[in-house]
Design a binder for this molecule. Structure first.
Ligand code: EZ4
Ligand code: CO
Length: 403
């Protein structure tokens, strides 16, 4: 049996912060897991170093489910993004180890490929509708079959999803939180014309997505969903905050626009009611924030019973290790829907050389044993951690709002 001999946390900042867990075994095989929690990175690093790693030494690395249960039940304090990201990192690294020992890519251990490739969506954005549509055309020319549209809102200086450098969007942009101004009224007026212009320019053979980023009330989201129905959106994401899962009933009563939610979920319990009552169409929980491949498979299996498909979060704060793990998962899960894909910068890719690839709007994890991702530790060491926060939102009267 491959016994865990050591483990360490690597924090690096090749343009943005990443936290990586490396687990080593006496078989000379090691595994990597992503543990990045944007804006709260060091809390997961400490959770792993101070509390998890001492419990791992000497364990059989093959016992993935048992170690998952040990860390989940054994913590006593269940769930939460910090705990579940730490468990995810261990779980991901153990799947990497198992694959390397078996000489198989992880998706083969998960039951093998259910499809030839993984449909991904790219992010088109711009300050104006015209700029966004022009950017979306660029994605369509690159072969993307699904494109997310985010545009600046007239009357608001900035908004979620519109980057300074169109291709490499990073919201965690300052060493103290940036304050943004938000108006749901202005925003609600701006989205239908964006979709109208996008359909005119891009046609109907491409999936169009949109991220509301938790900013509407359920009834406002219902109205936007109804307004967008003529343009057949693939999904509306994070329409309203989802701590109260019953909120989605109200949205569902008013629109047939498909709904996606869950990039900030960390457990199957966060989506139980949403799935059971068929209040959503896509579940966005992802490997690093929702307990690893092991827990995400449980969520997907449950979702499959209720016609809910997967749509894993894949922004650039999820490291290439998480991206690879997501692609192995996506390839193997029967009720896969779509995978978000935001390209990492060249600096990040150099720290994390990887086997996954993109062609014609589809991705594949590659056939290297394990996850197929490495970390260049010497290069990683050159990029020191840099504190960075996600922004906050205030309404025009100064009160705090959801970001
Ligand atoms: O704001 O990952 O769909 N993608 C998103 C992301 C999130 C960031 C937060 O860290 O909503 O851009
Ligand atoms: Co989102």
């Amino acid at each position: 049996m491959p016994r865990i001999t050591s483990a360490k946390v690597i924090v690096t900042c090749p343009g943005r912060n990443f936290v990586t867990l490396k687990i080593e075994t006496d078989d000379d095989v090691y595994g990597l897991g992503d543990a990045t929690l944007n804006g709260r990175e060091l809390s997961v690093a400490s959770y792993l170093t101070d509390h998890v790693i001492p419990c791992l030494i000497g364990r059989d690395a093959h016992r993935i489910e048992d170690i998952w249960q040990y860390l989940y039940k054994g913590a006593y304090w269940r769930r939460g993004p910090v705990t579940m990201s730490a468990i995810a990192a261990v779980d991901t690294a153990l799947w990497d180890i198992k694959g390397k020992i078996a000489g198989l890519p992880v998706y083969q251990l998960l039951g093998g490929a259910c499809r030839d490739g993984v449909m991904v969506y790219g992010h088109a954005n711009g300050k104006t509708i015209e700029e966004t549509v022009e950017n979306a055309l660029h994605y369509q020319q690159q072969g993307y079959k699904a494109i997310r549209l985010q545009s600046g809102v007239p009357g608001l200086a900035s908004t979620y999803g519109v980057s300074k450098d169109r291709y490499f969007y990073e919201p965690a942009d300052a060493d103290l939180p940036t304050e943004n101004l938000w108006s749901s009224e202005k925003y609600l007026r701006s989205v239908p014309p964006l979709f109208e212009k996008a359909r005119e320019a891009l046609g109907w053979d491409v999936h169009l997505l949109h991220d509301i980023h938790h900013r509407l009330t359920p009834i406002e989201a219902g109205r936007l969903g109804k307004d967008l129905e003529p343009y057949r959106p693939f999904w509306l994401e994070d329409a309203t905050p989802a701590e109260n899962q019953a909120n989605f009933r109200l949205i569902r009563q008013h629109t047939t626009s498909p709904l996606a939610v869950g990039e900030i979920f960390n457990s199957i319990w966060d989506c139980k009611q949403l799935i059971e009552e068929q209040l959503i169409d896509y579940i966005r929980a992802t490997v690093v924030h929702a307990g690893g491949i092991t827990h995400l498979r449980r969520i997907a299996g449950f979702a499959d019973l209720y016609n809910v498909r997967t749509g894993c979060h894949g922004a650039t704060d999820l490291s290439p290790i998480c991206m690879a793990a997501a692609l192995h998962f996506d390839l193997s899960v029967s009720n896969f829907g779509v995978q978000e894909y935001m390209r990492h910068t060249a600096e990040t890719d150099a720290v994390f050389p990887h086997a996954y690839s993109f062609a014609d709007g589809m991705m594949h994890p590659g056939d290297a044993p394990g996850l197929g991702v490495e970390i260049d530790e010497d290069l990683a060491a050159k990029y020191e951690y840099k504190r960075a926060y996600l922004p906050v939102n205030r309404l025009e009267d100064g009160s705090m709002w959801h970001w």
